[in-house]
Design a protein. Sequence first.
Length: 250
Amino acid sequence: MKSWQIYNIFNRYPNLIAGTTKKDNNFSYDFSLALHTGEDKEKIFQNRAEFASFFPSQFRVVSQFQVHSDKIINIDKYEIRDKWSEFKLNADGFVTSKPNTLLTILTADCIALLAYDPKNKVIGAAHAGWRGSKDNIALNLITAMEKLGSSSKDIVVAISPSIRACCYEVDESVAKHFTSYPDALVKTAKDKWHLDLSVVNKEQLLNAGVKEEHIEVSSICTACKSKEYFSYRKECGCSGRFISFIGMLE
């Protein structure tokens, strides 16, 4: 676990567990943790059991069958009994005020947003690809936490490793949705741009009322660092996924 990506912004909270896994060739499929991408499910279950073993025994792991939406679910209304529960809710994020619940997001170039309100003890996590970012999923995550009693000014957020502008080329059909974020777009050729979704999501968080000093943006580009992180773009449609996680100890 020490070799995983850990976020400095969460270090001051001893009751919080958060980070992002990396590839590990000691496990099947370099420690991919996704069930929906075609690998042998039994081997993925073995990886998941190993992942879960790093956390306190009372923790319950929660994941989603992500669909590139902007929807955030409050999972407090669901009874979670299994060691690992994967929901099919047509959503891409969730929030909870319950301790001992580990929220997880699977990615391979997209962004995972990990959020914590230390004052009111609320956590949230969201998957932000270009479609979710286009629809302002970062704002929806903060709004969902506010419905559980949080204030945006108290929320701290980590933006995970993701593909950055250096490697993420898009065409006009994608770029047109982000023209209001000029710092996130660089035109490189006719009808071609390089896009940085980390810039987009940080600006959305700021617009939602999160303080700039409460946001940590990973500098890691998953395509540049594909030996450590899965990259769908760099690895020509790889099926592996790493996982970003956040949970509160009781």
